[in-house]
Design a protein around this ligand. Structure first.
Ligand SMILES: Cc1cc2nc3c(=O)[nH]c(=O)nc-3n(C[C@H](O)[C@H](O)[C@H](O)COP(=O)(O)O)c2cc1C
Length: 164
């Protein structure tokens, strides 16, 4: 699958099969995450791969719109050290995770982390260094039922040439 196909076919998946994800695929996805652009090339990110059912359950329980997280075979928590562009940098890495997952035939969903009421609790659960901020939690897994795409704004509604 090329990059354009991955971008155009990616969609949020919140229901997964129990099929495990091979380690080499998880490692490749994180490898893609670390290659994301970052301001001044600071690369403030760290990635925590979570497969332990109790940890997934604990995280799912304290989120609002992430209750499905305990049913994903793998979660990846994206954390960044507290730098000026940590949100942008962490978001770029998160998007790389979603696209790499798509290219590997996996479903994925970005769950908000930064500034959420549960950000601190999740960071504590993960034993994260105090100066790191949670940017996102990504659910990863194979999915049986192909789901439709949510409605997107049409190209002509969002594209302006030279000025509004
Ligand atoms: C910053 C951000 C936070 C999000 N947080 C959640 C979340 O907490 N729970 C969830 O189910 N989806 C979350 N999503 C996924 C969006 O709901 C999803 O991307 C959007 O509905 C568009 O659907 P699509 O991903 O299939 O294109 C988040 C996406 C982004 C970019």
């Amino acid at each position: 699958m090329d990059a354009i196909e991955a971008i155009k076919s990616r969609k949020s998946v919140r229901k997964f099969s129990s099929r495990p994800i091979p380690d080499n695929i998880i490692y490749d996805i994180i490898d893609c995450a670390r290659l994301a652009p970052s301001a001044k090339n600071i690369q403030p990110w760290r990635f925590v791969v979570i497969t332990e059912p109790k940890m997934k359950q604990a995280i799912a329980t304290i989120t609002d719109y992430g209750k499905f997280l305990d049913r994903a075979p793998v979660l990846v928590a994206v954390l960044c050290s507290n730098t000026q562009y940590m949100v942008e940098d962490g978001s770029a890495a998160t998007q790389n995770i979603l696209l790499a997952a798509t290219a590997h035939g996996l479903g994925s969903c970005w769950v908000a982390g930064y500034d959420k009421y549960y950000e601190k609790s999740v960071s504590i659960l993960l034993n994260a260094p105090r100066d790191m901020r949670l940017i996102s939690i990504v659910a990863l897994g194979y999915h049986d039922n192909p789901i439709g795409r949510v409605k997107k704004r049409e190209l002509e509604d969002v594209l302006f040439l030279e000025h509004f």
